[in-house]
Ligand binder design. Structure first.
Ligand SMILES: Nc1nc2c(ncn2[C@@H]2O[C@H](COP(=O)(O)OP(=O)(O)OP(=O)(O)O)[C@@H](O)[C@H]2O)c(=O)[nH]1
Ligand SMILES: [Mg+2]
Length: 565
């Protein structure tokens, strides 16, 4: 169980690594997890039958070392008027217990161990810590290193300094990660109102009914004012195997929760189903209107290009002679796909990503990454699409009816002259046959003229009409260009639509993977703990910390100092 937070941290780091690679999270996203506490008290011991780890924590001079000496019944820790006194950790532990699994990063030279044979405290390990608000940063680091390994934080304060800035902040940061015990030492100088005020502030931090003792550890303590024995008994009772394992479990759950609190905001980066629906819709309308702008921008260039296919100038009779229209030397259509056109297309896609990432609160890196490859492929094909369409259109200019009429007229230029010649021939043969008996039957010169005119008309009229109905190469080229650009724009639209669908899929897959990471992790409950021990635990809501921070911000000036001194 105690290994769970570390394993979960690793799993979350892997998940974040994938999300970072796909552009969903900033590169340093996973670093925030480094702040999470995954170590727990059980990491100090080989055996599962470990003692309750109680750490004495508080500002300098509040009497932490003095209290430890009282537990020990002898001066095992240095306590003095010198500030700060303790610069080391003093571990006070029963000699039957070996602290054999200290993590590698522990500063061993800053740890002193005092072994005892006191059966009453056999299942408690006390750790006297240096002050956390010291000028000595090394002290603060030492506290940070040890803090995750405590079951119970014995927070020692004095009546005149029970809301030290640093200590309070630390409490708020770690309130759900430990059980908390409070001692107002120096009670020989205390006032019940200070105790009540302290109690109220603890309630705001989520500890509604805190276990709070007041002790007088002066050289001549006032027995009535000193609750040291009650504190001793409380700790002794809490050092029960089932309580220790419950606290361990709660600690693990609290650590998992803090991992969750740190990682859950990542999910907001992944968008939702409706976000991607909107994104797809926006892409359609954006690309349609951007496509129209692009078409407008290319219109003049296309027209100029198409005019290369103008039939050569000349008289109509040249065409009547059946001369085919000759195209000028024209550059291939793909030369029209120039830098300016590509830049327009690129900008259209880039603008869309930029705008939508902002409006829909999506990471633009993720969209860019998904769109990049399909867009690049579609972009690469523009020139080919354009050329193909132009070639197709030139090969089949005009529409089907147009081409049919043109063909028919071509047929008539052969059929009609032949038919008229046949008819003239018939008349000539007839006249020749009849001319033997009747010389008047011979055809005259007017017939010759009329016959010649008929043949000329039979050929000339359809030939003229055929020339006139020849589908225009210019129109065909222009149509090809427009169709080509339409097709290229559609290719880009479809490629990006597919990319956005993939993007939505990737997002939901990442969300599902994240949920899966938490699926088999159940919460712990503190119901099996005796009531006094349960009072050591803060509200199981992260909101309590925020609430306390809010209270603190509102009352910062008025409550930093104790009301009575
Ligand atoms: N009057 C009075 N003096 C106390 C009491 N508790 C401790 N002292 C004295 O306060 C001084 C500081 O006590 P320490 O135990 O060294 O305090 P500490 O919290 O360990 O301080 P650091 O090690 O610097 O963090 C010592 O001179 C103690 O004798 C108390 O309840 N009443
Ligand atoms: Mg000390």
């Amino acid at each position: 169980m105690s290994e769970l937070p570390a394993a979960q941290q690793l799993a979350l780091e892997n998940w974040a690594g994938n999300a970072i690679k796909a552009g969903w999270l900033p590169n340093d996203a996973a670093e925030s997890l480094q702040d999470a506490v995954v170590a727990s008290p059980s990491h100090l011991f080989e055996t599962s039958n470990r003692p309750l780890v109680v750490g004495l924590f508080g500002g300098t001079g509040v009497g932490k070392s003095t209290l430890l000496n009282r537990f020990a019944g002898e001066a095992i820790a240095r306590a003095s008027a010198e500030r700060p006194t303790s610069r080391d950790i003093t571990v006070y532990v029963h000699r039957s217990i070996s602290v054999d699994k200290l993590p590698d990063n522990f500063p061993m030279h800053k740890m002193r161990t005092a072994l005892h044979s006191n059966a009453e405290l056999k299942h408690v390990m006390f750790i006297d810590m240096p002050d956390f608000d010291s000028v000595e940063t090394a002290n603060r680091e030492l506290v940070d290193t040890w803090l995750p390994h405590l079951d119970v934080v014995l927070y020692v304060v004095s009546p005149d300094r029970y809301r030290d800035d640093q200590g309070w902040r630390l409490l708020l940061e770690h309130v759900t990660q430990h059980a908390w015990l409070f001692v107002m030492n120096h009670w020989d100088r205390g006032d019940p109102r200070q105790l009540e005020d302290f109690r109220a502030q603890l309630a705001a931090a989520g500890l509604h009914d805190p276990v709070l003792f007041h002790t007088d550890s002066s050289s001549q303590p006032n027995k009535d004012a000193d609750q040291f024995n009650a504190l001793h008994t409380f700790i002794q009772n809490a050092a029960d195997h089932s309580i220790i394992s419950s606290l361990e479990e709660l600690g693990v759950v609290a650590r998992l929760k803090s991992l969750r609190d740190l990682s859950e905001p990542w999910l907001t980066q992944l968008g939702s189903e409706s976000t991607f629906k909107t994104l797809a819709k926006q892409w359609d309308s954006h690309w349609d209107s951007h496509g129209n702008l692009i078409k407008d921008s290319q219109a003049f260039k296309f027209k100029q290009y198409a005019e290369n296919f103008t039939e050569p100038g000349g008289f109509w009779f040249k065409r009547l002679r059946g001369e085919m229209a000759q195209s000028k030397e024209t550059p291939p259509a793909d030369t029209l796909v120039d830098e300016a056109l590509l830049a327009r297309l690129d900008n259209g896609v880039a603008d869309f990503i930029h705008q939508q990432a902002q409006t829909l609160n999506l990471p633009s890196a993720a969209i860019k990454q998904r769109v990049a490859e399909p867009y690049a492929l579609a972009r690469r094909d523009i020139a080919t699409t354009l050329s193909t369409q132009v070639e197709k259109s030139l090969a089949l200019p005009g529409n089907a009816f147009h081409r049919w009429v043109h063909k028919l007229l071509g047929f008539l230029t052969i059929i009609l002259p032949l038919a008229s010649m046949a008819w003239i021939g018939y008349r000539v043969v007839n006249a020749f046959v009849e001319g033997g008996s009747n010389p008047a039957a011979y055809l005259g010169s007017s017939f010759t003229i009329n016959a010649a005119l008929l043949v000329a008309l039979a050929w000339g009229l359809p030939a003229f009409l055929q020339a006139k109905t020849r589908p225009s190469q210019v129109q065909a080229a222009l149509r090809g260009l427009n169709l080509g650009l339409d097709a290229a724009l559609l290719q880009i639209k479809n490629a990006n639509t597919q990319a956005l669908t993939d993007l939505a899929q990737q997002s939901s897959q990442l969300s599902a993977e994240y949920s899966e990471l938490w699926q088999n992790i159940a919460g712990a409950n503190s119901d099996n703990l005796p009531d006094p021990v349960r009072r050591m635990l803060a509200d199981e809501v992260s909101g309590s910390v925020q609430r306390a921070l809010d209270v603190r911000a509102n009352t910062h000036n008025s409550t930093d100092k104790a009301p009575v001194s």
